[in-house]
Design a protein around this ligand. Structure first.
Ligand SMILES: Cc1ncc(COP(=O)(O)O)c(C=O)c1O
Length: 389
């Protein structure tokens, strides 16, 4: 896999897309198999629930989009959403949960601003594109930042062994990205570090069970596994919150949002509502993160199994480091890598082009992607390989 490829123009892609007409009971037979990297597919039962209560939320006579952020209905959604995250992730009473704006990228700035001061040592792990964005943002704040482990030596096709990472004396925290959306790698476990660990979980939040006992702050935007863009969940250990000494602008201070229960200024109410619906679906319909993890595992096993058995497709990521959410693979030629995206679209399969900085393909298997969509993809990949050998 190398950097930068030419993609078909938007116009060409739009022209080749089939228009779909949906009935209210739409399913995969009437919708595309959506593998976009985020925003991406949402669970169909959640879409149906939202559709059902769209014009009249909970008997209020209003759409949830029309309700004031100070009204009890929205306050209740925010509070219940935070409680569900605590329960699902086993955060207990040790963590505060807030819903913020500005995406994952805002946390690249807020985390260093809150948990360190100018000149402080902060240690970062470089696992590719998004980890590097976080590094750049923190460096810009005048911190003494060091990259203490990196996978750059093998084009980020693996994740470093966290147990071997040497942190610097006096570092305020270590930062890492748990799932690397662009290059398709993922950390499966987090060891106990000597300093607080801050994790960008934007692309694997709410996709599996996580042992949080060694983590101090987790942040994740919602638009991959847990809802819409516009909202970012931040989970912060109370003792880390208590250690903040910086004088910060109120809006950028985590303590403001904890004290004001994610309602300091107008929150993205509809995005939070969708996240809340997804959290309810995970808890009540799927039976929790352990159950959901099994489904997600089945999806990635199916796709990796097919790719590994094929001599046409190749996944460059080392076995132990593979992401269950973002599967990257290459084809024999750059021309075929472009052709397959167009052919997939014609077959009702969307979003398999690699990140714009990469060649090759990327398939995202977020919570909203049903197993049947992966089965359909595998059948398509098989047929495409046979036709283009
Ligand atoms: C792991 C990760 N972190 C951060 C971001 C940036 O998030 P946002 O676009 O919400 O700022 C992304 C975007 O896809 C991501 O995949």
């Amino acid at each position: 896999m190398v950097m930068q490829s030419t993609r078909p123009s938007v116009k060409t892609a739009a022209n080749s897309a089939k228009r779909m007409v949906l009935s209210p009971n739409f399913g995969l037979d009437q919708r595309v198999a959506n593998f976009y990297a985020g925003p991406g597919a949402l669970p169909l039962p959640v879409l149906k629930r939202i559709h059902k209560e769209f014009f009249n939320y909970d008997g209020t006579g209003m759409s949830v989009m029309e309700i004031s952020h100070r009204a009890p209905e929205i306050v209740a959604i925010i509070e219940d959403g935070a409680e569900r995250i605590k329960r699902l992730m086993n955060l207990g009473d040790d963590f505060e949960v807030v819903f913020l704006q500005g995406g994952g990228s805002m946390q690249f700035l807020m985390a260093p601003m809150n948990f360190s001061s100018p000149g402080d040592r902060i240690d970062y792990i470089d696992t590719g594109y998004w980890a590097e964005k976080a590094i750049k943002a923190a460096k810009g704040l005048g911190r003494d930042l060091e990259i203490v482990a990196s996978s750059a030596d093998r084009q980020h096709t693996y994740v470093p062994n966290l147990a071997d990472v040497q942190l610097r004396d006096g570092a305020k925290y270590v930062h890492l990205c748990s799932n690397n959306t662009v290059v398709g790698t993922q950390f499966q476990k987090f060891p106990k570090f000597a300093v607080p660990a801050i994790v960008d979980m934007s692309s694997d939040f709410m996709s599996k069970q996580v042992d949080v006992s060694n983590l101090s702050c987790i942040y994740a935007h919602a638009q991959k596994n847990a809802g819409l863009s516009g909202v970012t969940a931040v989970m912060i250990r109370k003792e880390l919150l208590a250690s903040i000494t910086e004088e910060l602008p109120e809006l950028l201070d985590y303590r403001t949002h904890v004290e004001r229960k994610s309602n300091y200024h107008t929150p993205p109410c509809f995005s939070i509502y969708v996240t809340w619906q997804i959290l309810k679906w995970i808890e009540e319909d799927m039976g929790g993160l352990a159950q959901l993890e099994k489904v997600n595992q089945e999806k990635s096993d199916l796709l990796y199994g097919f790719i590994d058995d094929s001599s046409f497709y190749n996944c460059p990521v080392e076995l132990e480091s593979r992401s269950h959410l973002n599967v990257v693979f290459s084809l024999p030629t750059p021309e075929l890598e472009q052709e397959i995206v167009v052919a997939a679209k014609a077959a009702g399969i969307i979003g398999i082009a690699g990140h714009r900085t990469m060649t090759g393909c990327r398939v995202s298997l977020y919570n909203g992607v049903p197993l049947e969509a992966v089965q359909k993809l595998v059948e398509f990949l098989d047929k495409f390989a046979k036709q283009n050998r």
